[in-house]
Design a protein around this ligand. Structure first.
Ligand code: OSB
Ligand code: MG
Length: 381
């Protein structure tokens, strides 16, 4: 394939309510979208023009991981797109080889993932194949879970959880941090009984907190997500031995290799797969395959994506190894106005898009309304 130009757009999207985690509070999402205008050779020797969309899931600050939108914009322009242009001069550019083409650049997985996603979308649109079919989906809808931020009070938490249960969410995830853990979980269990419930600490604890975290065992949680730091694979394995609640990793699993180490060490009984965090949907699928072969459950995480990433996540979550509900909510969980047609919950599920490529695209007027900066990079001839 050939890229004619790459367009990078930064958007500011207000959130319907503040989202608080152990690392901070967000009131809006800074979304970085990539459009790749490409020419794709078909089987019949003819070429098709197609635009592919990618979404970079980096946050506005380097607090969840080292990546952030400003850094991603820089690395995409200065180091990643030029490498894709170089590969295409030798006719060596494809969505499937993009990760390898970009591999000399260390890290920056969310930036790389956004480009790979756009190349996949363009390729599949030209071919008329859906993302779900391409990835190997076996379901046409996926169960919708919701991630509930840290609240100001327990009554407010109970009201928030009640509204999500009323909306049909089939699994509740509570964000926790030191000082907001045992009591919120106890209150939700007491009020709502035996609902599928799990917690996410976003690396807010240390192994020294093991005795405290073990108190969560009495609440029969589905899992505890990333209690310790990103680099603490060994410590997660030790903590897992001291708790009955299944250990799930998010931040620590940055690649299939990291997943292999985590599984071998006993640091993960469950893995949260986020395509952006691991460098793209193809690496995400490899982690799914690896975990499945080891009998490790996986679920699809979320990064407050617009409809573009949300649709791609729904396709990924439709693979057979995704046996736990993901953080795949309706668009209205975060946005009054999504940039695509909104995803809506029906009977506790989100439909997997069936159209070519991502099966959804930004609505031009809405895209323009929320865009705060634009960069276009043309391919050298
Ligand atoms: O740790 O899963 C996380 C959102 C932003 C950054 C990190 C995380 C989250 C979520 C998922 O909890 C929110 C969602 O997209 O549904
Ligand atoms: Mg998490």
């Amino acid at each position: 394939m050939r890229i004619r130009s790459v367009e990078l757009r930064t958007l500011r999207l207000p959130l319907v309510s503040p989202f608080t985690t152990s690392f901070g509070t967000e009131t809006e999402r800074q979304a970085l979208l990539v459009a790749v205008h490409a020419t794709i050779p078909g089987a019949d020797g003819r070429t098709t023009k197609a635009t592919g969309w990618g979404e970079c899931v980096a946050g506005s600050t380097p607090l969840y991981s080292s990546e952030y939108v400003g850094g991603a914009l820089e690395v995409i322009q200065r180091f990643l797109v030029p490498r894709l242009f170089e590969a295409q001069q030798f006719d060596q550019l494809s969505a499937e080889t993009a990760a390898e083409t970009l591999s000399a650049v260390k890290g920056h997985r969310m930036a790389k993932a956004a480009l790979e996603m756009a190349l996949l979308d363009a390729t599949l649109r030209a071919r008329g194949e859906s993302f779900a079919h391409y990835l190997g989906a076996v379901r046409d809808r996926v169960p919708a879970g919701v991630s509930v931020g840290i609240q100001d009070s327990i009554p407010q938490l109970l009201d928030t959880v009640a509204s999500y249960l009323d909306a049909g969410y089939v699994r509740i995830k509570l964000k926790i941090k030191p000082g907001w853990d045992i009591e919120p979980v106890r209150s939700v269990r007491e009020r709502f009984g035996d609902i599928p419930l799990q917690v996410d600490a976003n690396a807010a604890y240390t192994l020294g907190d093991a005795a405290h975290l073990r108190r969560l065992d009495e609440f029969d949680l589905l899992l505890i997500e990333q209690p310790l730091a990103e680099d603490d694979l060994y410590q997660h394995a030790r903590l897992a031995e001291r708790m009955r609640t299944p250990m799930c990793l998010d931040e620590s699993v940055v690649s299939a290799q990291a997943a292999a180490v985590a599984i071998t060490l006993g640091a993960a009984a469950v893995i949260n797969i986020k395509a952006g965090r691991v460098g793209g949907y193809l690496e995400a699928r490899r982690i799914h395959d690896l975990a499945r072969a080891h009998g490790i459950a996986v679920w699809c995480g979320g990064m407050i994506e617009t409809g573009l990433g949300r649709g791609a996540n729904a396709a990924l979550a439709a693979l057979p190894g995704f046996t736990l509900p993901g953080d795949i909510s309706g668009s209205d969980r975060f946005y009054l106005q999504d940039v695509t047609e909104p995803f809506v919950i029906k009977d506790g599920h989100i439909a997997v898009p069936t159209g070519p490529g991502l099966g959804v695209e930004p609505i031009p007027e809405i895209l323009d309304e929320f865009t705060v900066s634009r960069v276009a990079i043309s391919s050298p001839r």
